[in-house]
Design a protein around this ligand. Structure first.
Ligand code: GLA
Length: 414
């Protein structure tokens, strides 16, 4: 009798354990082992979006070489919906802007070997006042799955009284139960410290309010602010320990090609790569110049962002005008980025023999008197000597010097 009782108990406990695996959904794993790369409609087009734009952007993503450089997601941001749901509560696309419907666009994007993303909001209305997902999370997740959505950017407007972690977890669970793997991008602007809870909920989380296409300004809109490149960089300082494969800090989408100078575009792109940030282009890629294209597709710089160690870079030195950043990379390499924040050209010299780099987070240390590194300039593509010579450079205003350091292979090491 006793034996029978113990077996029954063990059986019940195992059933409970097994079912709990299904009861408590997780986020989809390993969909973003490196920071996601793609394009989003908002920065260049806001609500001025339509089917033709999205399809031509997908065409150009392939033709320009961006796809080959690693860009995968085409994300339609706010304003794709009609301003009300149907009588059963389903979300409906605006058929004037998207006459073939969203599924057909997703199919088109998939046919190009790309992936498709869409935007919604944790509140009842989106920031541009279209229906949000509040109260419709499971219904929307099923709709997205039926359309072939691979990426969801989930915004934070009109969420008064909502608990952020709870609201994002509800949508995560809805996506999970709809069953189609989706990269989940938490667009919560950093208001409720998403870096502290975001890793178990989504794959990336915004760390700041919206970016704007200026290098060093903050624009106050009254109830909210938008941020230029430097102020956004300054807000990332304490956050690197929260990022890693499958869970990234997101300092917002790129403004490359949206009116900054070429040097500023280079600096912005380089620093996003040093920060292991998602690289979501935000310009009109159908009409970009060759110079902009070459910034967005610089493979050496992208390799710094996409490095499989997944360690966000850190500020090593700052004198207010010049900042020196380092990022540990695979195979003992380092990326180094010297950022000129000032409005004039700055002379920069660096005596490797007097510098010692130590990073507690990645447990990497480098004494340049013990190891010599070859240097490659990632924007000219040229060999830049080794760490045995003094580094002397002039860096134009709002621009960078970006190097990759690779240990010199001695004959013994080969
Ligand atoms: C918020 C987001 C932006 C964009 C707009 C759309 O402001 O932070 O990135 O998605 O909403 O309305």
């Amino acid at each position: 009798m006793k034996k029978h009782y113990i077996i029954t108990c063990l059986f019940s406990v195992s059933i409970l354990l097994l079912s709990s695996i299904n009861i408590y959904p997780q986020k989809f794993k390993n969909l973003a082992l490196t920071p996601p790369m793609g394009w989003n409609s908002w920065n260049a087009f806001a609500c001025d979006i339509n089917e033709d734009l999205i399809k031509k952007t997908a065409d150009e993503m392939v033709a320009s070489g961006m796809k080959d450089a690693g860009y995968v997601y085409i994300v339609i941001d706010d304003c794709w919906q009609l301003d009300h749901r149907d009588s059963l509560g389903f979300i409906i696309p605006d058929l004037e802007r998207f006459p073939s419907g969203i599924k057909s666009i997703a199919d088109y994007i998939h046919s190009k070997g790309l992936k498709f993303g869409i935007h919604s909001c944790a509140g009842s209305r989106s920031c541009a006042d279209y229906p949000g997902s509040r109260g419709h999370e499971y219904q929307d997740a099923i709709t997205y799955a039926s359309w072939g959505v691979d990426y969801l950017k989930y915004d934070w407007c009109n969420t008064e009284g909502l608990n952020a972690e709870g609201a994002y977890t509800t949508m995560r669970d809805a996506l999970y139960s709809a069953g189609r793997p989706v990269v989940f991008s938490l667009c919560e602007w950093g208001n409720n410290k998403p870096w502290e809870w975001g890793a178990k909920v989504g794959h990336l989380w915004r760390t700041t309010g919206d970016i704007i296409n200026c290098f060093d300004c903050v624009v106050d809109h009254g109830t909210w602010k938008s941020w230029g490149v430097l102020p956004i960089i300054d807000k990332q300082d304490e956050l690197r320990k929260y990022a890693g494969p499958d869970h990234w800090n997101d300092p917002d989408m790129l403004e490359v090609g949206n009116g900054l100078t070429l040097g500023e575009d280079r600096a912005h792109f380089s620093m996003w790569c040093m920060l292991a940030a998602p690289l979501i282009a935000g310009n009109d890629i159908r009409n970009m110049s060759e110079e902009i294209e070459s910034v967005l597709t610089n493979r050496d710089v992208i390799a710094v962002d996409q490095d499989s160690l997944g360690v966000q870079g850190f500020k090593f030195i700052s004198n207010g005008e010049i900042e020196v950043w380092f990022k540990p990379l695979v195979n003992g390499d380092w990326a180094m980025c010297v950022l000129n924040r000032s409005s004039s050209t700055q002379k920069f010299s660096f005596d490797w023999s007097r510098e010692y780099i130590s990073d507690d987070l990645s447990k990497r240390k480098t004494d340049f008197n013990e190891i010599t590194y070859n240097l490659k300039n990632l924007w000219t593509g040229k060999d830049a000597g080794t760490t045995q010579q003094l580094l002397n450079s002039e860096i134009p205003s709002h621009d960078v010097l970006m190097l990759r350091l690779s240990p010199v292979q001695t004959d013994e090491m080969k």
